[in-house]
Design a protein around this ligand. Structure first.
Ligand code: SOE
Length: 386
């Protein structure tokens, strides 16, 4: 087994989620390569060193260019704020590194396209951490849809609701709060939360053709942590949009950080001619399924507890009935990435596939400004399910 030397950029929430995946995956999956936590890179030397100690990274860098220049790094994992993704990815691709990037791939489609061009020119394997595809119940939904059990799809309904930015005293900018700073994040809930919903939707139901959106920024000014001044807020606090898929189905998407009582309520429901599916992140190990072809007297919504050995990924974990959680989706995604390298069949979503999500986000934000329906730029799949 070959050692795969990993260089992680970023030591925040996602740096931890990814590091946990690198460490856990070899214990539960038969991997072709042995991940080795070679270096972590972050601006603050003391914080990066503390992170390295906690997670077992062998060395520390404070400049990502130095990390990329190191010949002992095989794979660069980008887990830092969105405004740095492009420059790091382009430089790492040029240096021939394998690339993983936290979602959203970039702040805009234009930035993402440069990243796609760089990895494709260099021919380096790449993937974006849209982790919810790898929750076993969500992967099961994909299997059921691909088997044709739902028949023709009529409706797709997705929501991602949170409530952590309601206080007007919450500042913008700086560690953890860069998600409120439009310069750094690119957008608010559209890029941060709806991007997840869009990625899953493209995967489950194919490309989106056009969108009609509205956004709102409820708190117009917040103190900026880095400048100390009260500054205009440029992100969308809430976004809702209607959409048409290329397959003729209709969609509604909604996201907000102002839904008091909801912490990370990602839900989707799909209604087909024969059957419907519902999933809820707060109850992530269950898939709700209704099949009209069941015998009438016992027909009804059934709850599938997705924990059996023949459910996606579950054979790698405990005995049937015992649940796994959020962090396992990252473990699955990393294992799939390495398996993709072994088979020469890239794990999804690649940068090119994630570009399509960026194009949907662009169209959504444009539509919210123009107050008109906007076409989605054609992405990677040419309208087919990916
Ligand atoms: C925002 O609060 C956030 O952490 C997102 O950035 C993640 O992508 C999402 O999975 C959970 O919520």
């Amino acid at each position: 087994m070959k050692r795969l030397n990993i260089g992680l950029v970023g030591y925040g929430f996602m740096g931890r989620a990814h590091s946990n995946a690198f460490r856990t995956a070899p214990n539960f999956f038969d991997l072709p390569d042995q991940p080795n936590l070679r270096a972590v890179c972050g601006r603050d030397q003391a914080k990066a060193a503390a992170f390295a100690k906690q997670w077992g990274y062998e060395s520390v860098e404070t400049d990502w260019a130095k990390l990329i220049a190191r010949p002992d790094i095989d794979l660069v994992d980008i887990a830092c704020p969105n405004d740095m993704h492009k420059d790091i990815a382009v430089a790492a691709a040029k240096a021939g590194k394998l690339l993983l990037c936290e979602k959203p791939l970039a702040r805009t489609g234009a930035e993402a396209l440069k990243m796609v061009a760089a990895v494709e020119k260099a021919g380096v394997p790449n993937m974006v951490w849209y982790n919810y595809r790898r929750i076993p119940a969500v992967t099961l939904a994909k299997e059921l849809i691909d088997e044709g059990r739902l028949g023709r799809i009529f409706h797709y309904r997705a929501k991602f609701l949170q409530d952590w930015t309601i206080s007007k005293d919450l500042p913008q900018g700086g560690a953890g709060l860069w998600r409120l700073d439009a310069q750094v994040a690119g957008s608010g809930v559209t890029g941060d939360l709806l991007a997840h919903c869009i990625d899953t939707a493209l995967w489950l139901n194919g490309s989106l053709e056009r969108v009609s959106a509205m956004t709102e920024t409820f708190i117009k000014e917040r103190k900026h942590t880095l400048t100390g001044k009260v500054e205009k807020v440029g992100i969308d606090d809430a976004c809702a949009f209607l959409a048409r898929f290329r397959n003729g189905s209709l969609a509604t998407f909604e996201s907000t950080r102002y839904a008091r009582g909801h912490k990370a309520l990602y839900t989707f429901e799909i209604n087909g001619e024969h059957a419907s599916i519902f999933w809820d992140l707060h109850d992530l190990h269950r898939l709700q399924y209704f099949d009209h072809r069941d015998e009438g007297r016992v027909r009804g919504w059934r709850t599938i507890h997705v924990t059996d050995g023949d459910h996606p990924y579950m054979g790698h974990w405990w005995v049937p009935g015992l649940q796994i959680g959020y962090e396992h989706s990252f473990v699955h995604q990393f294992a799939d990435f390495l398996e993709g390298l072994r088979k020469g069949k890239p794990a999804q979503p690649t940068f090119r596939q994630a570009l399509e999500t960026q194009y949907v986000c662009d169209a959504v934000l444009k539509s919210a400004k123009t107050e008109r329906w906007e076409k989605v730029r054609t992405g990677s799949s040419g309208g087919r399910r990916i």
